[in-house]
Design a protein around this ligand. Sequence first.
Ligand code: TXE
Length: 483
Amino acid sequence: MLQAPSKYQHFIDNVAVAAASGESIAVVDPSDGSVFAQLARGTAADIDKAVIAARRAADGVWGKTTPVERGRILARWGLLVADAVAELGALESRDTGKPLRQGLADANALARYFEFYGGAADKLHGQTIPYQNGYTVLTIREPHGVTGHIIPWNYPMQIFGRSVGAALAAGNACVVKPAEDACLSLIRVAELGAQAGLPPGALNIVTGLGSEAGQALADHPGIDHISFTGSPETGKRVAQSAAAHHCPVTLELGGKSPQIVFEDADLDAALPVLVNAIIQNCGQTCSAGSRVLIAAGIYDRLVGLLAERFQALRVGPSTSDLDLGPLINEKQLHRVREYLSAAQAGGLEIAASGSVLPDVPGGGFYQAPALLASVPSDNLLFQQEVFGPVLVATRFQDEAQALALANDSPYGLVAGVWTRDGARQMRMARGIRTGQVFLNNYGAGGGVELPFGGVKQSGYGREKGFEALYGFTTLKTIAMRHD
Ligand code: TXE
């Protein structure tokens, strides 16, 4: 078992800083419910300290660091993370409960984010605009200044990489509030950032509860942009708080993403992808493919194949590296079970489920994955994000109904379409209201390079890819008259 430090403090100005309150939060291992560390419980005073440090960096050394040098620091950071994948992956796995190989994959993705944004830092440029005679007009992209980042517990390293990596590449200084349920890896990643050459104040982390440290960050008038990933309710609260000081926000608020399978689909290729899209990270993935819409002609066959796969899935502690680990905490376990009970009470039947190992530790938060068939579109399970390993299957008669069902959701994050018909692929891709559409694949392995974000209740603004850099900058137009 990994020997993690037992006490974690904030990281401000490149050093460990104790919580102003002196209080801490117990860190629980989701695999057995044991407390294995303590985390600084940040409050408004700690956020204030971090914002002051970030502002000093933005106005000082970090603000004067050239794009090429920012890129080199990020690239070095990526190499340090790549060297530490085993350590970071094991820590992430223990802290979140995800199977070890997923923790390792997340650490590798983080290294890739730093590599990508390191390479992009000196390629972010403005334009010249044709205007009247005697004028030259140009645009330049400037960093916002101090950016706030509120990170959830499902993929701490990956979400940190996509958001903080882009913000730093664009020249911002960052204040990060990770989730109280899982954030240990990020403290270690920040230390590696200092080692890579980030000057004091460029990156600051304040740990703590959402209602305390998170709210204080959203309220702070010294923050120039906030990126938030989490629930629609909290996202709304963060946006309202930010609006009080006219602070722009980027919101990524999850989804209820459909995978649509037509009669002509390559089922051998689709099947493992359909299953993985809902069981990865125990369904606690914003882009989880949680609704599978199936053409009537292949409905029974595909549901049968899915059921076979579900019955073979096994759930166990993170270190056993099975198909699924535990859920993050008791609250999430309760939430998933409530959804399943409500669905069963309403007459739905579980068509197939996986199994939890018989000898899992009693205190862990284990839930067997479940497949529910013939789920009507007005059912809660069809409409709401469960954030657990629950897949619903629904039948459609034709392309028009498939599209209507896909769009029958308050969310709009990701969709997958499985068909060999090229014209239909494009009709569906254009008709679906989501931020990403995958044709005959899904998720593209995380897709560091691919702009990501939603419409409707899934939020607004884009992270990942080069596009993210535009969100972390503000555009200045300079018009020069020279006749
Ligand atoms: O989310 P919250 P929770 C969804 C998913 C899940 C549900 C609840 O459906 O079941 O949300 O999870 C911080 N001001 N997603 O309660 O509250 C908090 O500390 C500022 C989808 O964990 O949104 C954490 O860092 N910040 C999602 C972050 O917000 C506040 C990932 C997310 O917490 C705050 C996670 C406040 N007042 C949950 N209150 C995705 N899109 O991937 C909390 N926070």
